[in-house]
Design a protein around this ligand. Structure first.
Ligand code: CP3
Length: 351
């Protein structure tokens, strides 16, 4: 069996053309996703293996990406610990905020294994569906890689403490300064449970895992080292203690030049780069052997046409000869025409 192209790239090989998948590739831009959306609320969709499997595979059937990312959410972990969570249309996630020791004490990490069992079942089914002889994982050159994921502790803490989305996550960042003991307890809880959950995902069939730190860029350098780099390092070490061969992709979004220290100090095999990072500059900051992933502007994908083709070719030119995974700098936007995604996959893959 040939090694899957995405796994080869994550292993440090300059695979050409680069493997491709997209953050939020399962989403509202697909009519078949919108059709299933009417059937069940978001958490039910995540927690029903039939639905989560189907939603994960929809973009693979259409576009044959090199990576299939599990349909789930970074906030399933706090939900599984017992924090109240609702996804409200037009608003996003709404949680009962954690602001005190008593709030924190109500969380129960021992519930996570049992409550996330359906997620692991979805992964087992996905791996079987992707790798079956006439299966869905038809990406050229070895098939489609199953990607598990979790939110990084800081980003998950942002939603847990602020109680939902925010531009600034001021409650969370203030807690880190003014109640450091409480904040560190929350972070320690998240570090351990995130590592355990990623190991469970790998046990169930995930072949690579990604750690999303979407709000890492809100932190100044000292706080970035404490709340982004150190937790990622602890999680990578814990995952590799049990699964040394599984690549970890870290995504310290909006981290700017700190991505260099992140890649050097955490032990990740690959770093996701947001749209703001100059790929040429990033390559000078990163240790050799680290794979890059990204960083096409989701708006270029929405626009399509010449601008999309030019933006794709610009990235291809820079990454040629280096280990790179083609992706966006952030998730696919809901208004994106699916034909643009098809055009992207084709353009990335031409010789
Ligand atoms: O296709 C995939 O990428 C896999 C599934 C996935 C989802 N969320 C599904 C989802 C992944 C990897 C995530 C990660 C996630 N979730 C992040 C990190 C990446 C990022 O976007 O920065 C964050 C911050 C979240 C938290 C979250 N979940 C928010 C803020 C929202 C509301 C915004 C929105 O797009 O509605 C969600 C909901 C969510 N997660 C949706 C999907 C497909 C939309 C739900 C729906 O209405 O169907």
């Amino acid at each position: 069996m040939t090694t899957k192209r995405l796994l080869r790239a994550l292993g440090g090989e300059a695979v050409w053309p680069p493997p491709v998948w997209l953050m939020r590739q399962a989403g509202r831009y697909l009519p078949e996703f919108r059709a299933m959306r009417a059937q069940a609320d978001f958490i039910t969709r995540c927690m029903t293996p039939d639905i989560a499997t189907e939603l994960t595979l929809q973009p693979i059937r259409r576009f044959g990406m090199d990576g299939a990312i599990l349909f789930s959410d970074i906030l399933i972990l706090p939900w599984a610990m017992g924090q109240s969570l609702h996804f409200v249309d037009g608003t996003g996630p709404v949680l009962e905020p954690i602001r005190s020791r008593a709030d924190l004490a109500r969380l129960d990490p021992r519930r996570v294994v049992e409550r996330t069992a359906p997620v692991m079942e979805a992964l087992r089914r996905l791996r079987a569906a992707l790798d079956a002889p006439a299966g869905v994982g038809v990406a050229p050159g070895g098939g489609t890689t199953l990607i598990g994921f979790a939110g990084a502790p800081f980003t998950v803490a942002c939603y847990m403490v602020d109680g939902g989305g925010s531009r600034e996550f001021a409650h969370t960042r203030l807690m880190a300064y003014s109640e450091p003991v409480l904040f560190e307890r929350l972070m320690a809880l998240l570090i351990h449970s995130t590592a355990d959950m990623l190991c469970a995902q790998i046990e169930a069939g995930a072949e690579a895992v990604m750690l999303f730190d979407s709000w890492a860029g809100l932190l100044p350098p000292g706080e970035f080292a404490r709340h982004v780099i150190a937790p990622a390092r602890a999680i990578v070490q814990a995952v590799h203690a049990s699964y040394p061969e599984i690549p970890v992709i870290g995504f310290p979004r909006l981290g700017g030049v700190s991505v260099g220290r992140y890649a050097t100090l955490t032990g990740v095999q690959a770093v996701g780069l947001d749209t703001g990072v100059d790929l040429e500059v990033a390559s000078t900051l990163l240790p050799t052997g680290i794979t890059t992933q990204g960083n096409l502007d989701p708006l270029a994908l929405l626009a399509g046409g010449r601008s999309l083709a030019d933006a794709i070719e610009a990235i291809r030119t820079v990454v040629r000869g280096r280990p790179h995974v083609f992706n966006l700098g952030h998730g696919v936007l809901p208004q994106t025409p699916p034909e643009h995604v098809a055009a992207l996959v084709e353009a990335v893959r031409h010789a």
